[in-house]
Structures are given as structure tokens and as C-alpha cells.
Design a protein around this ligand. Sequence first.
Ligand SMILES: Nc1ncnc2c1ncn2[C@@H]1O[C@H](COP(=O)(O)OP(=O)(O)OP(=O)(O)O)[C@@H](O)[C@H]1O
Length: 349
Amino acid sequence: MTHPVTGTGVEVSGVARRFGPGAAALDGVSLSVKPGEFVALLGPSGSGKTTLLRILGGLDHADAGTVAIGGRDVAGVPARERGIGFVFQNYALFRHMDVFSNVAFGLRVRKAGRPPAEEIAARVRRLLALVQIPEMERRFPDQLSGGQRQRVALARALAIEPSLLLLDEPFGALDAQVRKELRLWLRGLQEEVGITTILVTHDQDEAMEVADRVAVMRAGRIAQFDTPEALLDRPADAFVAGFLGEANRVTCTVRGGVAHFAGEVLPPLAVQAPDGAALAFIRPHELFAREAPDSGYVVRAVRPAGPGTRLVVSGPAGSFDAVPAPDAPQPRRGERCALEAQGARLFPA
Ligand SMILES: Nc1ncnc2c1ncn2[C@@H]1O[C@H](COP(=O)(O)OP(=O)(O)OP(=O)(O)O)[C@@H](O)[C@H]1O
């Protein structure tokens, strides 16, 4: 692990998987991951993320479609011959083995090409230094914290010098602070070793923070595969717009490039959308609130949010998340205010 390994590309084409008479777990999934890329599979529970990861890893098979890793069709290639490192949520360390033996395991069990013992030892120590737990090689898994166990699991996965790393909710069991620390550290490590990485998560912050591109999954399909910025700025459909980030949802009718909101809950907004009924997603930072004594809206909550302030404003039409208009005094809690949308993403209703 002293030299960066070369990550491998992954091509998933038309993969389908059905477990029973109900809806398919995967319903024609295609995905092209570049060598060295960090991709997150993000989606609600049951959308097929784990199934796709298991098929990539050779732990399950596709009913239709193909998977190529490094240009090689891997149908029929057993998991252990795919050159893949796995890390799962439940650590899955061998409890009766110390840290050193856990990390060395994948190398010691090799039939062909097993390195000599001194080389295995050197490699394990380099890996433990890399995952920043060099002092713990004689400890057993139950003598480690959750975060330390995940680091051991990563070291073990990396020991075989895989060209692809598959991670299934690797930080799911950890508390929020440790999770955040570990995922940033993982991203740094991934860049250092250059390994292609696919991470399954249902935590959008995690996906958006670490991944080069995120595949948003819904009901066995990929709804959109794009960079985090593009997913937020140009969601492909109402599902992606609603699933990622926060947004106020308001129904409207578009006529001649102007969105008229149902019940006139907001002033009309110039939009680029075809005529007809639509659902508008308005992010809080696009909804400006300014003091207006005659308005039907009242500021219910004011809280600091990063460098700015977030407001919860409610009226007869419901509650909105908004920000103070930058050119006006900041509305205070209990004050009446008017709302005006600065932008929105519209999808046909
Ligand atoms: N071995 C199995 N037998 C039967 N059904 C299965 C099996 N594995 C997965 N499924 C079903 O396939 C669908 C997709 O499951 P999958 O675990 O891939 O979703 P997921 O997106 O990873 O969900 P989660 O975030 O809850 O882990 C679900 O409806 C699930 O119940």
C-alpha cells in the first residue's frame, strides 16, 4: 500500500434481480463507474442498493444484464476471485482473532501468491498505520470502539490490494460525530490509494459529502446518476428533487412562463416550464421573507444556519422554510412577513 493502486472501472448494464412474485429488487439498472471514482448509491429503504452491491461483489447473481469489472464480464466469477474489498455495517471482524490476524487474514488464506510471513507482517503494519490505529494490533475486536473496528474492517478489506472497494453502510452503527469524522477520513484515504469505491448509504449528507457522483435509487431503478451539485441544481424528476436537500413543495399552474401558485400562497414567479399544472420545489434559500404588517404569514421560528439565518414562516396555507430577504431587516419571531420565491424547480403534476 505504499504506492497508489490503480482503481478499476465498473460497467453495470441492464441488471435485473427478482426475489419473489412482488416488485423486482432491481429493474434494469445501468451504471458506469470510472477507475478511481468514488460513487455513492443513495436511496430509500428497499430501493435495491444492497442488492446491487451484492451482485457487484459476487455475493448474489443478476437474473438479467451484465456486470464488468476492469473490462471483464464477471458472470460466474466467484467473489474471492474478483479482487474486491468489502466492508459492511456490522464490522464482521473475526471475534476470536486479534486486529493483526484480522487484517492479515485475506493474505494468509491465499493458496497461490501468498506473501512470506515477514511481508504479510510489514503490510499489515503499514495498513494499520494508514487507518491510524498502529498501537492496537494485539487487541481483540471487543476491546475496540465502533470507529476503531470500522478502521480495522477497512484495513482488512484493503489488505488484499483490491482494485474495487464495496462499502455497505460502513458507518451506520456509529454516532453522528464519529460517522462524520470517519467518512472524511475515508475520502482522504480513498484519494491516497486511488481505489474505485462504491458506498451504499441512505444518509444523503454522507453521500453528498464523500462521493464524486451519486446514483439516486428508487424502486429498483436509478432515478439519476450525477454529481452532488447537479443533483441539487438539476434534479431529473420530482422524486430526486424531493428526496435530496430540503424544499418547500407548492402546487402551481404555469401560464406563459409564469407560475401561479395554488391559493396565491406566494406571488407569481417567472419560470422556464411548459404550460400546465406543476409541482414546484423551492429551496429555503430561494424563499425570501420580509416584514409586512398586513401579511397573513407569521414568523414562527428563527435559527442560525451557517453564516445566515433560517426562518419557519406559517400562514393559512401552511408552513414554509425561508430566509430573510437580504435587502431588508431580519424579521423576528412573531412578526408578520411576506414571502417571495426567487426560484424553483418545476415538474409536471
Ligand atoms: N434475499 C432476499 N430475499 C427476498 N427479498 C429480498 C432479498 N434481498 C432483498 N430483497 C428485497 O429486495 C428489495 C431491495 O432490497 P435491498 O436490500 O437491495 O434494498 P436497500 O435499498 O439496500 O434497502 P436498505 O436501505 O433498507 O438496506 C427489497 O424489497 C427487499 O425486501
